[in-house]
Design a binder for this molecule. Structure first.
Ligand SMILES: *Cc1c(COP(=O)(O)O)cnc(C)c1O
Length: 375
């Protein structure tokens, strides 16, 4: 049996090596490393896949979030609502821009931002909501968009973990993750569901004006060359990364299906134990399983992970500490106990290997090892 890894990028690459290598070689031969034809090709193909008017490729997912906020013209002190159970980047860019992150709790079932908590957190200073589609399924966008409309707030979707996931509104309309709010942000970090061979990211929007603004912000605040209308940043996807992504985009649906199949295997195997709470699948969203995350019920997590590691099974904790308890984000407004769901999740979640190359033999070994420990 191949060594089990949290993410197996090597086996995935082997299957598409010919196409990927040819794409990279093409870029090298052309020597258009920045803003080359490959970036535009990939941008168009992703726009088509997502059915969104504008894709703006940038340097990474964190930059995408920052550029989205910069383009909205928010002022220091403006409040931005984000979940406390997420990867740090979501709140980091808010703080970095001098805006005030207002953290809210999440739902125990789906790990996603709690709609009731958003409602309670709104003040006259609230300007935007940043829902995170955590672990690969969309937050409750219909409710979030309703709240945003009522209070005239921007919605920036953090779709760094959810590309390819589809959201269905109650009237039956379907949207790709990241294309429902004012802006969607994604990351092409190698281990993401659509990952390149380095850093990369993108913004999505259907708003022409916002698209132009974000494109300019990402390019030193410049619309006409060497005329700078506002303070911007330098953030771009390079052509080699675009060449890799353009190949992998063609397989994205297959990759999503492979992840789903692995999750189905896990769910079935773990259904026999009441000590393992398998991930809930919301009725309004498909799930692309960026992570497969169990909630442990009365199991010593540290001991279980140690046992699994001895059996050659890696396991990770995403995430061990909620935002409001991170040292860098200490805030007199928040203390331990304020967001009980997120705090409980941090204590009981455990993520198992999840990628496109898991074999039945590996899945059997992983599930057997977990069940052996919990009995
Ligand atoms: C990965 C990730 C980011 C940041 O993306 P980078 O490309 O690493 O900057 C932001 N938010 C979430 C939820 C992520 O998972």
């Amino acid at each position: 049996m191949e060594k089990i890894q949290m993410v197996d990028l090597k086996s995935q690459y082997q299957k598409i090596k010919t196409e990927v290598d040819a794409g990279i070689q093409e870029v090298i031969d052309s020597t258009t490393f920045i803003k080359g034809g490959k970036v535009v090709d990939f941008q168009r193909n992703l726009e088509n896949y997502l059915q969104v008017k504008h894709v703006i490729p940038v340097g990474n997912g964190t930059d995408a979030l920052q550029i989205a906020l910069m383009a909205m013209g928010l002022k220091p002190g403006d409040e931005v609502i984000t979940p406390t159970f997420t990867f740090i980047a979501t709140a980091e860019v808010v703080a970095l821009l001098g805006l005030t992150p207002v953290v809210v709790d999440v739902d125990f079932d789906t790990f996603n931002i709690s709609v009731d908590s958003i409602r309670k957190a709104i003040t006259p200073k609230t300007k935007a909501i940043v829902p995170v589609h955590l672990f690969g399924q969309n937050a409750n966008m219909e409710a979030i968009l309703e709240i945003a409309k009522e209070h005239k707030l921007f919605v920036i979707e953090d779709a760094c973990q959810s590309i390819g996931s589809v959201y269905t509104f109650s009237d039956g309309r379907e949207f790709q993750s990241g294309t429902m709010g004012d802006v969607g942000c994604t990351s092409f970090f190698p281990s993401k569901n659509l990952g390149c061979f380095g850093d990369g990211g993108a913004l999505f929007t259907n708003d022409d004006e916002l698209a132009a603004k974000m494109r300019a912000v990402a390019n030193h605040g410049m619309q006409v060359r060497y005329y700078h209308d506002f303070v911007g940043v330098n953030s771009r996807l390079d052509s080699i990364q675009a060449a890799v992504l353009d190949v992998k985009l063609r397989y994205l649906d297959d990759y999503c299906a492979a992840r789903k199949a692995a999750a189905d295997y896990y769910n079935k195997a773990f259904s026999v134990s009441d000590k393992l709470i398998t991930p809930e699948h919301s009725p309004f969203s498909s799930h692309v399983y960026h992570q497969y995350t169990l909630k442990l019920n009365g199991v010593n997590r540290g001991e279980l992970i140690k046992y699994l590691n001895e059996k050659g099974v890696p396991a990770m904790i995403y995430y061990p500490v909620p935002l409001h308890l991170q040292k860098a984000y200490q805030d007199p407004r928040y203390k331990a106990g304020d967001f009980p769901v997120a705090e409980k999740l941090c204590d009981c979640v455990m993520s198992l290997p999840m990628h496109t190359e898991l074999t039945e033999e590996q899945l059997e070994h992983i599930t057997k090892s977990v069940l052996e420990f919990v009995k």
